[in-house]
Design a protein around this ligand. Structure first.
Ligand SMILES: [Ca+2]
Ligand SMILES: [Ca+2]
Length: 278
């Protein structure tokens, strides 16, 4: 039992009662998949060798990260992706997002065609209070042609993880977000660029995007341990997210209802038991 030390009437006399809290498997973290369906414009199962790609319309893990795979126009035999144009017209696809405290963004991106060293576009994320992160799509570094055997097949970024489907691949990139996202929500995800054909520099396609967060990791060090508990207790005693003493963004309000109370503690304690962020 942890007695509150706040002198505020609203919270005086309240107690932590961890042993009595029913833990109801809250969604404490993990992964939030982006639904690409409204913007998909191409079916990679029609690409060279593409019949070996999985079907859209399902959530599927790629090396431990789930992605929501889309269908093109509801076709059950498709795997819909957002294909950037095969010309030099700069095209931007923007999604509204609401994910608090994200630590990473994962994408599944390959290209049609490709020339080593070409910059085919970029992935960007925007935070609710000005946080920003991006990575460029560079042939030979983090993207390559989807079909192994023609165009540009080199990949050198060691953080990219490949899933193989016969002679086709899907490469999974990861964007590690700056700490500023810890106290903000991602509000926008952007995929943009242009093709290079007939120059052949590569037209990227996005097959999936997923955000990862770990709300209970209050000091953003990748673990949920006593250091986070100490921060949580301070916020619990303050109670109200509007309290001027509360850290910016009120990160200890794990269920985002404006107060740090037992409901948040029940979420915190699950993460604390797991120790490592998912
Ligand atoms: Ca931590
Ligand atoms: Ca709360």
């Amino acid at each position: 039992m942890f007695e509150r030390h706040s002198s505020k009437p609203s919270s005086a006399g309240r107690f932590f009662a961890a042993a009595s809290i029913a833990i109801a498997s809250p969604v404490l973290a993990g992964f939030v998949t982006l639904n690409l369906t409204p913007k998909v414009n191409s079916n990679i199962r029609t690409y060279t060798g593409g019949t070996f790609y999985p079907l859209g319309g399902q959530t599927r893990d790629f090396a431990g990260v789930p992605f929501a795979l889309a269908l093109l126009n509801g076709d059950a035999n498709s795997f819909g992706v957002i294909q950037l144009p095969a010309n030099n017209t700069l095209t931007t696809h923007s999604f509204s997002v609401n994910v608090f405290g994200a630590t990473r963004v994962y994408t599944l991106i390959n290209s049609a065609w490709g020339s080593f060293g070409a910059n085919n576009g970029k992935v960007e994320v925007f935070g609710s209070a000005g946080a920003y992160a991006k990575f460029d799509l560079i042939q030979g570094t983090n993207i390559r042609d989807h079909y192994q055997g023609s165009f540009q097949n080199v990949l050198t970024d060691p953080t990219v993880v490949t899933s193989k489907f016969n002679n086709d691949v899907l490469d999974r990139q990861v964007l590690v977000l700056p700490a500023a996202f810890r106290s903000q929500s991602i509000t926008e995800f952007r995929f943009s660029g242009n093709g290079g054909n007939p120059n052949g520099t590569g037209a990227a396609f996005l097959a999936g995007a997923t955000f990862q967060n770990c709300p209970a990791d209050l000091n953003n060090d990748g673990q949920v341990d006593d250091a986070d508990f100490s921060i949580f207790v301070v916020a619990y005693n303050l109670l109200d997210c509007a309290d001027p003493a509360m850290p910016a963004g009120c990160p200890a309000d794990l269920n985002r209802d404006g107060v740090v109370d037992d409901a948040d503690f029940s979420i915190f304690v699950v993460a604390y038991n797991d120790l490592i962020c998912p």
